[in-house]
Design a protein around this ligand. Structure first.
Ligand SMILES: [Fe+2]
Length: 361
C-alpha cells in the first residue's frame, strides 16, 4: 500500500467526532476537503450508491466519504463520519454520489453493511458490493430474521425471513461464487453467528453441488426454508431443559426428541406443507443406521434433503464453541462426518469437505 493510501485508510478507522466541530455547509465541506490527505484509488475503497446514502441519518452520515479525482485516479476525504451536515452540504454530497464520485473505505464496511440489514433489496441493486460484502450483508440480515422467527414463530416474523431468503437465492442464482462466500460467513466470528443459519447455509451449499455448483432457481426456496428453520421446534422445548449445564436426564432427552414433530406443527400452523420444506425439519436427526429420531428411519427411507440437512446440522454443532470446549476446525469436522458413514450420507459429507477445501476466506 502506498504511503498516501495508508494515510487515508488509517483516517477511515477513527470515526469518532468531537461534538464541538461546526456544522458543515457546502462551502466549508469543500474548503476542509482541500486540506485532507489524498491517496490512490485501490480495492480498499468501493463506490457508494445514492440509494444507500438515502438510508443514512439525514444530516449525519455514519461513514467517512472519499471523493474521486478522476484525472489523478486518487481519493481525498471529503466527509468525516459523524460531522453534522446542513441542507447545502448534504445536497452537495448527494450530487457527487449521483455522479459516481464518492467512495467508502472497506475498513468501514461493517457500519455500511448494518444499513443494508433488513433492506436487502439494496444488495440486489448495489453493483459496487463485492461478493464477500454481499454475503456478509445477507448473513447479518438472515441471522436477525431467523432469531426473530425462532423466538416467535408466526406469520409476522416468517414473512421477512422468507423475503430475505428469496433475495439470498436470487443473489446465489446470479452469482454461484456466493456459495463459497457464504461458507466463509459461517466461520467468520466477527458476524452475529447463528448455529441454525450456519446449518442452513451449509446444507444449501451442499445441495448446490448436486446440481453442478448452481442452485436451480426459485424452485429451491422450500428446501432452503426447511434448511433454515429445521430446528424451530426447539423454541417449544422449555429453556431450563435446553440450557441445562450438566447432563440431561432421560426424560429431558425424550422431550428434546419431540422437537422435529413440534416444528412440523408450527409450519402447519403457518400453512406450509411442501414436502421439500418438511423433509429437512422432520429428518435432520434421522441416521442412516436407524439410530436417529423421531422415526428411526434407515438409509434410503431418509430423503436426500433430510440427509443433507443432517450433515449441515451436525457440522454447525461441531464447529460451535461450547462453554467447556472449543469448536472443531472446519476441515477436521467435515472429515469426521465423512468417516462416520454409518450415520451420515457420504455423498453429502464428502461434498462439504470438498467445498471447504476449495474456499479461501
Ligand atoms: Fe434439531
Amino acid at each position: 500500500m502506498a504511503d498516501g493510501q495508508r494515510g487515508i485508510a488509517s483516517e477511515a478507522k477513527g470515526a469518532e467526532q468531537p461534538a464541538e466541530k461546526p456544522v458543515l455547509t457546502a462551502a466549508t465541506l469543500e474548503a476542509e476537503a482541500a486540506s485532507q490527505a489524498c491517496g490512490p484509488l485501490t480495492d480498499a475503497f468501493f463506490q457508494i450508491s445514492p440509494e444507500i446514502v438515502a438510508l443514512f441519518p439525514r444530516f449525519q452520515f455514519p461513514v467517512d466519504l472519499y471523493r474521486l479525482n478522476d484525472a489523478a485516479q486518487s481519493l481525498c476525504r471529503i466527509y468525516e463520519a459523524g460531522r453534522r451536515l446542513e441542507q447545502s452540504s448534504r445536497s452537495r454530497l448527494l450530487d457527487l454520489c449521483g455522479q459516481g464520485l464518492l467512495f467508502v473505505s472497506r475498513g468501514q464496511r461493517e457500519i455500511y453493511g448494518s444499513y443494508l440489514t433488513g433492506q436487502l433489496d439494496f444488495v440486489l441493486q448495489d453493483s459496487n458490493l463485492s461478493p464477500r460484502d454481499a454475503a456478509q450483508s445477507l448473513y447479518r440480515s438472515l441471522s436477525a430474521r431467523l432469531v426473530a422467527f425462532m423466538a416467535r414463530p408466526e406469520a409476522a416474523t416468517f414473512a421477512p425471513l422468507a423475503s430475505d431468503l428469496d433475495i439470498c437465492l436470487i443473489c446465489l442464482e446470479r452469482d454461484s461464487s456466493l456459495v463459497r462466500e457464504f461458507i466463509c460467513t459461517v466461520h467468520d466470528k466477527s458476524l452475529p453467528q447463528s448455529k441454525d443459519l450456519n446449518a442452513g447455509l451449509i446444507a444449501l451449499a451442499i445441495l448446490s453441488t448436486y446440481s453442478g455448483g448452481r442452485l436451480p432457481g426459485p424452485e429451491i426456496a422450500p428446501a432452503a426454508l426447511g434448511f433454515l428453520i429445521h430446528d424451530v421446534g426447539m423454541c417449544r422445548i422449555p429453556r431450563f431443559i435446553v440450557n441445562k449445564p450438566t447432563g440431561l436426564a432421560l426424560s429431558d432427552r425424550q422431550r428434546i426428541r419431540t422437537h422435529p414433530q413440534l416444528a412440523l406443527d408450527i409450519v402447519k400452523e403457518l400453512k406450509l406443507d411442501d414436502p421439500r420444506l418438511t423433509a429437512p425439519i422432520l429428518e435432520h436427526h434421522e441416521r442412516l443406521d436407524g439410530s436417529g429420531y423421531p422415526k428411526g428411519l434407515k438409509a434410503e427411507a431418509i430423503s436426500i434433503l433430510g440427509r443433507i440437512c443432517a450433515v449441515g446440522d451436525a457440522y454447525a454443532a461441531m464447529i460451535s464453541d461450547r462453554p467447556h470446549a472449543q469448536g472443531r476446525r472446519p476441515i477436521q469436522a467435515a472429515a469426521e462426518l465423512v468417516r462416520d458413514c454409518r450415520h451420515f450420507d457420504r455423498t453429502a459429507s464428502t461434498a462439504l469437505l470438498s467445498l471447504l477445501q476449495d474456499v479461501t476466506c
